[in-house]
Design a protein around this ligand. Structure first.
Ligand code: ADP
Length: 379
C-alpha cells in the first residue's frame, strides 16, 4: 500500500505535486519522520509513518497552529523571509525545535504547490543512543580490566602461595624453638616482632586465598562491615612501616559505625596498597614532617575514604600513567597495585580517584555505597 503520493497529491492537487509526492514517498520508504505542511490551507497535508510514530496525534489534517504549538520555534521558521540568494532560498533550513530543544528539524524551501517538507529527529533518542554506546564501552573496558587482573592474580597467587606458607611455618617454628631455648622466657620485644611477622605472613596468605576464590567466582563476598574498624586494622598492619618512615599517622574517622557491604579482605587490601604507595611517596622525597592521613567522610548514600600524604606528589607524566598496568616509577615497582585497587572498588560499585594536594603530595579517594540497614551483619 502506498498512501503517500495519493494523500500528498490530493492535498496540493491544483498546483500539481509530483515532485513533492516522490520526495515524500522516498522519505517514507527510509522510515524518516516527515510531514508535508500546506502553508496555504494551514494544515498538515501528509505525514509519514515515521512521523506518526513520533507524533501520533499530529498527522494528516492537523491545523498548522496546533503543530506550531507542539513544536515551539516552528511558527517563526515558517514566517521567516526567503533568503536573499536563489541558492540559499532553495536550501533546507536546519532548526532545533521544542521547549527543551528536543527536536532536530530540517524545513525545505517551498516545493511544488507551496508545500514545505519538515523532517524531524528526536535529539533525546540520539542522546540515549550515545549514552548506550558509552555505557557499553565502559562495560567492555571494565570487563577487560577485571579479566586481565584476574589472570594476573591467578598466576601471582599460584606463585607466591608456597613461599608465604613456608615463611609462616618457619616463623612459628622459630618462635617455639627460641621459647624453648630461653627456657620458656622469650624477650618481649622479640616475641612481638615474631608475632608481627607471623601476622603479616597470615595477612598475605588470606589475600592469596581470597584472590583464588575471587578469580574462581569473579564475585567479591558481600557482608556488612564497619569501615572505621577496617581502617584502624589496616593502620595497625603498617605501624612498623610508619615508624620506619618517621611518618605521623593522622586518623580522622567519624564517631559510630561506618557501614558498607563488601569483601573485608579485598577492601583492606585496597587501603593497605594505598597506604604503602603513600609511604613510598614519603620516602622518595621526604618532607620535613612526613604525614599520612586516613580520613573517612560521610556523604549522602556514600562513604568517602581518603588516603593522603605529603610526599613527592605526581608529575604530569606519572599522573597520565597512573592506572596503566605495569607502569611504575619505582625501581622495584610492578605497577599493578592501583589497577587492582580500582578493579576491587568497582566490583563494590564504588569508585577510586585521586587529587593533588594544594601544598604537597597526593590524596587517593575511594567512594563506596553506604550499606542499607537491612544488610546482613559481618561474620
Ligand atoms: P607500584 O607501586 O608497583 O609502582 P601502583 O599501581 O601502586 O604500582 O602505582 C603506580 C604508580 O603510581 C607508582 O609507581 C607511582 O609513580 C604512582 N603513585 C601511586 N601512589 C602515589 C602517591 N601516593 N604519591 C605519588 N605517586 C604515587
Amino acid at each position: 500500500m502506498n498512501a503517500v503520493p495519493d494523500a500528498l497529491e490530493a492535498a496540493a492537487a491544483p498546483a500539481g505535486t509530483a515532485g513533492a509526492a516522490r520526495a515524500a514517498a522516498a522519505f517514507a520508504a527510509l522510515g524518516d519522520a516527515v510531514a508535508a505542511l500546506d502553508a496555504g490551507r494551514r494544515r498538515v497535508a501528509w505525514a509519514s509513518p515515521g512521523w506518526l510514530r513520533l507524533l501520533p496525534a499530529l498527522g494528516e489534517g492537523t491545523p498548522l497552529v496546533d503543530l506550531e504549538h507542539a513544536l515551539p520555534g516552528l511558527a517563526a521558521a515558517l514566517r521567516a523571509q526567503p533568503a536573499a540568494t536563489p541558492a540559499a532560498a532553495a536550501a533546507a533550513q536546519r532548526l532545533v525545535l521544542g521547549d527543551a530543544q528536543e527536536w532536530q528539524a530540517e524545513l525545505s524551501a517551498p516545493v511544488e504547490g507551496g508545500l514545505r517538507l519538515l523532517r524531524l529527529a528526536d535529539r533525546r533518542e540520539q542522546g540515549r543512543a550515545l549514552q548506550r554506546q558509552l555505557d557499553a564501552r565502559e562495560q567492555l573496558l571494565f570487563t577487560s580490566r577485571v579479566l586481565s587482573v584476574g589472570e594476573m592474580a591467578t598466576t601471582l597467587a599460584h606463585e607466591i602461595n608456597q613461599p608465604i606458607g613456608a615463611c609462616a611455618n618457619l616463623l612459628r617454628g622459630l618462635r617455639s624453638r627460641l621459647a624453648r631455648r630461653a627456657s620458656g622466657r622469650l624477650q618481649e620485644a622479640e616475641a612481638q616482632a615474631l608475632d608481627r611477622a607471623i601476622d603479616q605472613a597470615m595477612f598475605a596468605a588470606r589475600i592469596v586465598a581470597r584472590i583464588r576464590e575471587f578469580t574462581h567466582s569473579h564475585q567479591p563476598r558481600r557482608a556488612r562491615l564497619d569501615l572505621n574498624r577496617l581502617l584502624r586494622a589496616s593502620a595497625a598492619l603498617l605501624d612498623w612501616d610508619l615508624q620506619r618512615s618517621n611518618a605521623r599517622l593522622e586518623l580522622a574517622l567519624p564517631d559510630g559505625e561506618a557501614p558498607v557491604c563488601g569483601d573485608e579482605v579485598m577492601l583492606q587490601q585496597v587501603v593497605v596498597n594505598l597506604m604503602r604507595n603513600a609511604l613510598d611517596a614519603l620516602r622518595t622525597d621526604p618532607p620535613p614532617q612526613p604525614r599520612l592521613a586516613l580520613r573517612l567522610l560521610r556523604h549522602h548514600g556514600e562513604l568517602e575514604l581518603q588516603v593522603s600524604d605529603n610526599g613527592c606528589g605526581l608529575d604530569d607524566e606519572a599522573q597520565a600513567r597512573l592506572f596503566v598496568p605495569f607502569a611504575s616509577t619505582k625501581p622495584s615497582g610492578m605497577g599493578i597495585g592501583l589497577s587492582i585497587c580500582r578493579s576491587f572498588i568497582e566490583l563494590h560499585q564504588g569508585r577510586l580517584w585521586f587529587s593533588r594536594n594544594p601544598e604537597r603530595g597526593t590524596t587517593f579517594h575511594v567512594g563506596l555505597p553506604r550499606a542499607a540497614q537491612a544488610d546482613a551483619p559481618s561474620r
